[in-house]
Design a binder for this molecule. Sequence first.
Ligand code: HEC
Ligand code: HEC
Ligand code: HEC
Ligand code: HEC
Length: 280
Amino acid sequence: MKRILVGALAAATILAAVGSGNAGPGNIRWTVHNLAKTAPWANASNRHWYSSEVDEVCIFCHTPHNAKPAVPLWNKVNPTQTFRMYTSSTTLSSTAKAVTAPGPESLLCLSCHDGRTAINVLHNSDVGVDSGDGSGDKRVKMAGLPLTDPSNPNVQALAMGSLPTFGTPYRANIGKTNSDTYAGYNLMDDHPISFSYTAAYGQKGSQYLNDINAVKAQGFRFYGPNRDRMECSTCHDPHVDYGLDFDGIPTGSPTGNKKLRPFLVRDNDGSAMCFACHNK
Ligand code: HEC
Ligand code: HEC
Ligand code: HEC
Ligand code: HEC
């Protein structure tokens, strides 16, 4: 089954490469999204977060069976809290202002990045202990973390917001909980998402935004039935190979593109990413 998923990824990578000018190669192993026990790096002493027992890369997000949501074969519990979305008093279009919740594609990311949903609770896993809530979900051990003592059979749920250092240096804990007044639902300081780009373009016009087809041609992806809704994965590809290395030792993937850190669909040199959509 793992082989089928890898095959699917290869197909997705090929499609992405055909459909866009700038999208990088996919190989999640060489990124911080590799939470598996065994890492590809020769020197991984500065590695942040990974499991001390799970030795599969995809399983932290996908499962071949009994997935929920079914697309994209999701292996995690999604957040249920009400998020507070970006807004601004004057300039933002009414389309973007009307958004009250993240779209389903963004909830996938927020199932770790909200700071409060556990990263180590999986619907399906060969290892781990039962979460004890009747769902059949398993909690898996994470290395080097006080909350998940490997000798303790009651492995605890670990959320990004539960440790001050979790989510650094890239401040990956974007919903925030630790010492933050907003308990995992603060997207007010994050780029607006979950609205139709085409509708916003209709309101703001070509003085402010570029035509969606020109944007798509640069590797940006859109969602929903009309393929025009902006979500986290419009700008980010959670699998892209950015050739992460540790301690400055060149053990990163030889094919990785470092300019695509942190998981960008294209480089942001000279704000190229922003100018792909924005006209000013
Ligand atoms: C950190 C979470 C994460 C990990 C780990 C991960 N993925 Fe994904 N994957 C996602 C998200 C989120 C999506 C949906 C959004 C997107 O396409 O970017 C996705 C989408 C996909 C899709 C497209 C599915 C569809 O129906 O469109 C494939 C194929 C895929 N992943 C394969 C893999 C494989 C193979 C691995 C392991 C080598 C893997 N992924 C590891 C988060 C992850
Ligand atoms: C299974 C949990 C999980 C999911 C799901 C997930 N991430 Fe992450 N993400 C992480 C962890 C863990 C880190 C590393 C945090 C750290 O280094 O402190 C991270 C780091 C990042 C970073 C910073 C990268 C860097 O190089 O430091 C970005 C950007 C990011 N994720 C985006 C996304 C997006 C976008 C999605 C959805 C498409 C997503 N993530 C889904 C767990 C997840
Ligand atoms: C309009 C494009 C865009 C959208 C939409 C977007 N991001 Fe980002 N994100 C970026 C860029 C560009 C960076 C790199 C910023 C930098 O390096 O200073 C980034 C950085 C990050 C980081 C690293 C921490 C940080 O603050 O720099 C995380 C984590 C992250 N994004 C997650 C997400 C998640 C989750 C979503 C959806 C809720 C999302 N992003 C939506 C463009 C976007
Ligand atoms: C995929 C297209 C896309 C990308 C890439 C993108 N944006 Fe946006 N951005 C939009 C859209 C669409 C809006 C909403 C405009 C509206 O509805 O008024 C927006 C809104 C904004 C706003 C809020 C404006 C307001 O009136 O409050 C800011 C600020 C912003 N973007 C900055 C950035 C920066 C900085 C980058 C690069 C890191 C970036 N954007 C990348 C499409 C994009």
